[in-house]
Design a protein around this ligand. Structure first.
Ligand code: GRF
Length: 193
């Protein structure tokens, strides 16, 4: 059976969507583990609730971080690595060790509103300030530049006149929860990983 490792820094609602899809049998793989950037985040609680092993890589110096991340990934030996709201950059060494095996979800229609500083509410605020009529979410392969790897799939979400960053984020997040598991399933069954 194929293995997935998820990396998260936040509440982990996308991680939960992956867990649910695995439990339903929509993703035919096992979640080998969660790598979290802090012990007290929601994603860690979700992992513990589902008996998924957790490794916390908390704020280490850059060299240690790369070594620890590589060691953990080597140990779990994933077919696919999923960044589900992970805020740290993936070191080049790791990107090179897992070519086309690391994917990320981003809450905008990349290449718009991606890159350094565009995370969480900042993305949606910028979309609204620019007067965009649509936004959405993107799943893409990870390379050594933030949000710049090849796009796999996007879903558009219309922007409403009444939207605030919070209401837009909420509608996009609901789409993320469908898009991410669906792309994971597709990649694993297409043998692209
Ligand atoms: C999502 O909006 C995702 O696109 C972005 O970070 C957020 C994570 O949310 N990369 P959650 O932790 O999965 O709830």
């Amino acid at each position: 059976m194929k293995k997935i490792v998820v990396l998260a820094s936040g509440s982990g609602s996308n991680f939960q969507a992956i867990i649910d899809a695995v439990n339903r049998g929509d993703i035919k793989a096992r979640i080998a583990g969660l790598i979290a950037s802090k012990p007290q985040i929601g994603a860690v609680k979700r992992a513990r609730d589902h008996n998924i092993p957790v490794a916390v890589l908390e704020n280490p110096s850059d060299q240690d971080y790369t070594e620890n991340l590589m060691a953990q990934l080597t140990h779990w030996n994933p077919d696919l690595i999923v960044l589900a709201g992970y805020l740290r950059k993936i070191p080049t060494e790791v990107v090179e060790a897992y070519p086309n095996q690391i994917i990320n979800i981003h809450p905008s229609l990349l290449p718009k509103y991606g890159g350094k500083g565009f995370y969480g509410e900042h993305v949606h605020r910028a979309v609204l300030e620019a007067g965009e009529s649509e936004s959405g979410c993107t799943v893409h392969f990870v390379n050594e530049l933030y949000d710049k790897g090849d796009i796999i799939r996007q879903v558009k979400v219309p922007v409403r006149d009444s939207d605030t960053p919070e209401t837009l984020a909420k509608r996009i997040l609901a789409e993320e929860h469908k898009l991410l598991p669906s792309v994971i399933s597709e990649l694993l069954t297409s043998n692209r990983t």
